[in-house]
Design a binder for this molecule. Structure first.
Ligand SMILES: [Zn+2]
Length: 531
């Protein structure tokens, strides 16, 4: 971060940007090396003093943080935010009320409809050969049961081909069909690496590979795929579908949506699924009781929630904060994307308080239905060319609770100039771990900034430190409040607020000249009616 910082700081030290860290270290005496760092510290301190807005942003974020209260209210008070659910509406109402309290205008913008569905109680028990309440969750959009349904379990048969499968199908009548592969171990690989002998670990990995391949074949030999198999089992009279989508960590499963139309689809945690599977395989014929009380709501509006701090001298140019608001609902969507949401809401609050009259208009987009394909942000891009064409910058966050460690130029040729300029205003403490890559890659999907990049607008991802995101929280039943790292969120709110402030003040418009025109992603249409 040495280069961009010194570039910005108006002192004679700016020439040091031309030295690489390594060349200084190797060729210049220690005293000069120390001098460079002293100069940098001087610069940092001088800058913090020079810019009272940056200092005030940091002070407000540090001394009056609303992150814990807001996270509790959203994640614990409202809960998960599945598209089409009542909770998504409640969450939007809550955010709008928060913004009103902060003096920020905010509103819901409908862009289509979705199948409405509200999660209810899932209660699954093994009642034979012995009694155990199982850790299980009805999948999103799964049909419900009126009362507890009891039935034996049966393992998806390993048949020769689709004809044999049709002959076997009547066996599922009245039964719960176990359709997931039994995992050979419930221990994550890092645990094996720490304790197993090499031979034993290799053996486990090999066994798992073979099992995975065999299971893939087992499904394919039925003549169906994962999606259509559930429907075939349903048609054959199964009582329900039982899967287990292990997330390769202790006690974590991923919870997505169901493919059945009448019978419940449930996910059973690895430990309990393994128990059912082994008992079924050994002939103990376990019976389970499944109560799944979700509610269908018909076709409901789907929407984005948008907040605004009106600009002054350049009110028709825009700087946007961005984070999807929806989540899967196995947990409470705390890190996907509660944390991105919290960072943007906190940054908006701070900006309104410290920098209430921005040159450019500041907008925040809390997108709907990102999880089903960036639908909210794609719809916004389609519906608001006046904003997209006059966008100075958009900052999106959507990969967990960690400190921002990656900032790329999204493939824009001149992104280094302006992002470097804005980043240079962020004191070292908050950005030292940020790796920049310019011009970077446009990126085809992944999260909502991609919807804007595809339209050629300057949108950037604030990439977070991992914190075991992919195994432990992303789309899992453990994505909950306790996984939030508030110090990192505070850090990110500071970085975001300063970047937005700098982007608003910059006398120059950000260039959207593309570094690599050939590889540019094309816009994808928003899905505006979902089921
Ligand atoms: Zn996400």
């Amino acid at each position: 971060m040495l280069g961009p910082f010194l570039l910005y700081c108006s002192t004679p030290f700016h020439r040091f940007q031309y030295f690489s860290f390594k060349s200084i270290h190797m060729r210049v005496p220690t005293i000069l090396f120390a001098f460079v760092f002293a100069a940098q510290s001087f610069c940092l301190a001088a800058f913090a003093q020079q810019d009272p807005i940056v200092a005030a942003i940091i002070k407000e974020a540090s001394e009056n943080s609303q992150l814990k209260r807001m996270s509790h209210e959203l994640m614990d008070g409202v809960g998960p935010r599945l598209v089409g659910s009542t909770k998504m509406v409640q969450a939007s109402d809550w955010a709008i009320a928060q913004y009103q309290q902060y003096g920020i205008s905010a509103k819901r913008e409908n862009y289509g409809t979705w199948r409405g569905w509200d999660r209810g109680i899932t209660h699954v028990d093994m009642i034979s050969p012995w009694t155990k309440s199982l850790e299980a969750t009805q999948l999103a959009f799964s049909p419900s049961t009126k009362k507890a349904v009891k039935g034996e379990t049966i393992i998806l048969a390993d048949v020769a081909d689709s004809i044999a499968f049709q002959q076997w199908l009547p066996n599922v009548k009245g039964k719960f069909v176990l359709i997931a592969m039994p995992q050979p171990t419930g221990r994550p690989d890092y645990n094996w690496k720490e304790f197993a002998t090499k031979a034993s670990m290799d053996k486990m990995v090999q066994e798992r590979k073979e099992l995975t391949e065999a299971w893939r074949k087992r499904i394919s030999k039925t003549g169906y795929n994962n999606r259509t198999l559930a429907a075939a089992l349903e048609k054959a009279g199964a009582a329900g579908i039982v899967g287990s989508n292990w997330s390769q960590g202790f006690g974590v499963n991923k919870i997505f949506d169901a493919y059945t139309k009448k019978i419940p689809t449930i996910d059973v945690m690895l430990e309990d699924y393994g128990l059912l599977y082994r008992l079924t395989e050994s002939g103990a014929a376990p019976t389970i009781s499944v109560l799944a009380k979700s509610k269908e709501l018909g076709e409901v509006p789907t929407f984005n929630t948008i907040g605004e701090i009106k600009g002054t001298s350049k009110a028709n140019e825009y700087v946007m904060l961005s984070a999807h608001f929806d989540s899967w609902d196995g947990g409470t969507g705390a890190t996907d994307n509660g944390t991105g949401t919290m960072v943007m809401m906190e940054a908006m609050r701070i900006l309104k308080k410290i920098y209430p009259n921005p040159k450019r208009t500041i907008l925040v987009g809390h997108w709907g239905s990102e999880e089903q394909g960036l639908n909210g942000s794609r719809a916004f891009v389609e519906d608001h060319p006046e904003i997209v064409n006059n966008l100075q910058a958009l900052f999106n966050q959507d990969n967990g609770t960690g400190r921002i460690v990656n900032l790329g130029g999204s493939g824009y040729a001149k992104s280094k100039d302006y992002l470097g300029r804005w980043l240079s205003a962020v004191p070292g403490t908050y950005k030292d771990s940020i790796k920049t890559s310019f011009p970077g890659m446009p990126g085809g999907g992944g999260s909502d900034h991609a919807s804007f990049v595809a339209a050629g607008a300057p949108a950037f991802s604030l990439g977070a430190l991992n914190w075991s995101y992919f195994n432990y929280t992303w789309h899992t039943n453990r994505d909950t409040y306790d996984k939030i790292v508030f110090d990192d969120l505070r850090n990110n709110a500071i970085v975001t607020a300063i970047l937005v402030y700098m982007a608003c003040e910059d006398p120059e418009r950000s260039s959207t000249e593309k570094a690599n025109k050939a590889a540019w992603p094309t816009p994808v249409k928003a899905k505006r009616k979902g089921n």
